[in-house]
Ligand binder design. Structure first.
Ligand code: SF4
Length: 376
């Protein structure tokens, strides 16, 4: 189930229960965009059912102290990634810039293309950014010792477990994210606790890290991260309002896609690949000087995170993955704000704490570096 075949699945549900039962711990949970369009399948619902509100209610009933949304971290990722792309374009930085929110793909490049580790964006992935913000900004705001805070991520992904264990993704030896469980593991825990998702009311995420935009929702599908980045980069580069936020030319299910985005005077060439075979082809083109892209999104799993290795099994049925993808786009259309830089809680975070996107503190907390590693 791991797209790099480098990981076997380890169940971490017992660790979460243990932390939830410790009275001196403050346990914060976050859920990735792709979970809300797939979890329902484990409770007999149709593929593509959206259970965002029920999911927040279920996590609260499990006993988490605060229930948050990785989509907030995705909006912050766009603030950083769009700024990094503009910086690279304006200052002769390495191009193309590759999105970095898929850890399986980052690990793939470190091991298989070690001469190209300067190509991916230095942005940490959204759930790691969320963890770093929770253990600094949030901990300070609510008066909790960050060492007592436990951040649990519910992810569609087995590779995110290995990512959270990377030692560089920590502050003062305190991991940004402590435990990662998959969609399937969450389903098991809810069943163990006797929580029937279908019967729960819709509830909201907590605040101040629970508000998100449509741009963050589409992180869950192939093409979504780069589309979200374009919504923000367009407005920052042109200074004009982007009226039509859906970049249809970036969507679809073809394994490798190319598109051009017009930034009024600057044409950005965008590449998209999903599945590691397609990623390899794109990377070889870059290495051989055949690539003319400015930015590339790569997702290791076919379809992106909606088809992730930690999601309910779909047994190769592409229709299920497509229905989850359609649900992701419905989530986006249903949001009142669809551009990451317009998220009021994100704006507040930068104003009160981080300062400028891609600035000094943002670099310290939200960016990382990659290492050339032995070929496996
Ligand atoms: Fe994880 Fe797959 Fe999503 Fe990559 S594409 S982050 S491996 S679920």
């Amino acid at each position: 189930v791991c797209p790099t075949a480098a990981l076997t699945e380890v169940n971490h549900t017992h660790k979460v229960w243990e932390e939830l039962h410790k009275p001196d711990k403050y346990v914060v949970v976050q859920v990735a965009p792709a979970i809300r369009v797939a979890l329902g399948e484990l409770f007999g619902m149709e593929a593509g059912s959206i259970v965002t509100g029920k999911l927040a209610a279920a996590l609260r009933r499990m006993g988490f102290d605060q229930v948050y949304d990785t989509e907030f971290g995705a909006d912050v990722t766009i603030m950083e990634e769009a700024k990094e792309l503009i910086h690279r374009l304006e200052h002769g930085g390495t191009l193309p810039m590759l999105t970095s929110c898929c850890p399986a793909w980052v690990s793939f490049i470190e091991h298989q293309f070690p001469d190209m580790v300067d190509v991916p964006s230095t942005c940490m992935s959204p759930h790691i950014m969320f963890g770093a913000i929770a253990k600094t900004y949030l901990a300070e705001k609510i008066g909790i010792d960050p060492k007592k805070m436990v951040v649990v991520s519910v992810m569609p992904c087995v590779a995110k477990k290995a990512e959270a264990a990377r030692t560089e993704l920590s502050i003062d030896d305190n991991d940004d994210v402590d435990i990662v469980i998959t969609t399937r593991e969450l389903g098991d825990m809810l069943k163990e606790a006797g929580i029937d998702l279908d019967k729960l009311p819709d509830e909201d995420f907590d605040h101040p890290l629970g508000k998100s935009t449509g741009a963050a929702s589409i992180f869950g599908t192939t093409g979504g991260v780069i589309e979200a980045a374009m919504r923000t980069a367009y407005e920052w580069v042109t200074g004009e309002t982007l009226e039509e936020v859906e970049f249809k030319q970036l969507r679809g299910m073809d394994g490798i896609r190319e598109a051009t985005v017009d930034l009024k005077g600057k044409e950005l060439k965008i590449g998209i690949a999903h599945g590691l075979g397609n990623a390899r082809q794109m990377l070889e083109d870059i290495r051989n000087g055949k690539s003319e892209f400015h930015a590339i999104e790569i997702m290791a799993c076919p379809g992106g995170c909606v088809g992730g290795g930690g999601q309910p099994y779909h047994y190769g049925n592409d229709e299920i993955v497509k229905k989850r993808q359609e649900a992701i786009y419905r989530e986006d259309r249903g949001k009142s704000i669809r551009k990451s830089h317009e998220n009021p809680e994100v704006i507040k975070l930068y104003k009160e704490y981080l300062g400028e996107p891609y600035g000094e503190l943002a670099h310290k907390l939200l960016h990382t570096k990659y290492e050339a590693k032995e070929r496996i």
